[in-house]
Design a binder for this molecule. Sequence first.
Ligand code: NAD
Length: 250
Amino acid sequence: MKKIAFLGGGKIGRAMISHVTETGSAEVAFVYDPFAKDAEICGAPVVKEVADPMFEGLDLVVECATAEVVAEFIVRVLKYADFMPFSMTAFRDDELRESAQGTAKENGHRVFLPHGAILGLDGIFDGRTELEEVTVETTKNPASLGQKNNEYAVLYEGPTRKATELYPRNVNVHAAIALAGIGFDRTHSKIVADPSVNTNTHLIHLVGKGIDFTIRVSSFSEGGVTGKYTPLSACGSLDRVLGGAGFQFV
Ligand SMILES: NC(=O)c1ccc[n+]([C@@H]2O[C@H](COP(=O)([O-])OP(=O)(O)OC[C@H]3O[C@@H](n4cnc5c(N)ncnc54)[C@H](O)[C@@H]3O)[C@@H](O)[C@H]2O)c1
């Protein structure tokens, strides 16, 4: 059975830990979360400190904490195991991305980039050479964007690189699309705070030679950074990474 660990045991992490525990598809060695109140999550021990030898013998480490945690651990983990990050805004840092790619290749490990809150990330990646213009517009309740004012406002409009710097917790979809498509400088981001909605909505438009895609994804939000759909998609991505018999969408 595959042995995995988690960095972060919040909404997305708990959904995946409970899923692998129920399906028996992997053994969870530990969950690193210095802020978690529980000593264990679904029987998996929560640890407050982590040292590199703890990654030895693992097949996969899943990050579901913050972009800083990706920056701190991705290269260290890739010396021992595969890595699946959910805090995609970390990849706005070109140096980090290149260093992770280099370490993965040197050590024969993979970085699995989950589609997370959006649909069709694999299709965007497949068509990337033909793409010319990519725009992503996200509308969330001000509380979900960490805003104190409960007012309608366009918070940002411009290149995705700056959006990911200003709102690292909120624009993982923008980062994922930039990464799969035409990069952080050429992808255009718009972030809207709207007190009349209780959903996280992403409107994505991709245009290129012979290509015109519009993707609209809307998912109920209880006020945190993550909508209803992402934990479900995270469990699906983890299942695909862990493998097993039967039908697989690829
Ligand atoms: N890729 C996507 O489409 C997508 C969608 C939604 C959320 N996200 C991102 O995924 C991540 C997890 O989301 P969530 O909804 O589970 O968040 P959450 O706030 O529910 O959980 C985050 C967990 O990480 C822990 N944590 C914080 N700092 C840590 C550290 N230094 N080391 C280890 N653990 C730490 C927190 O204690 C918390 O338990 C966030 O970065 C979020 O922005 C990505």
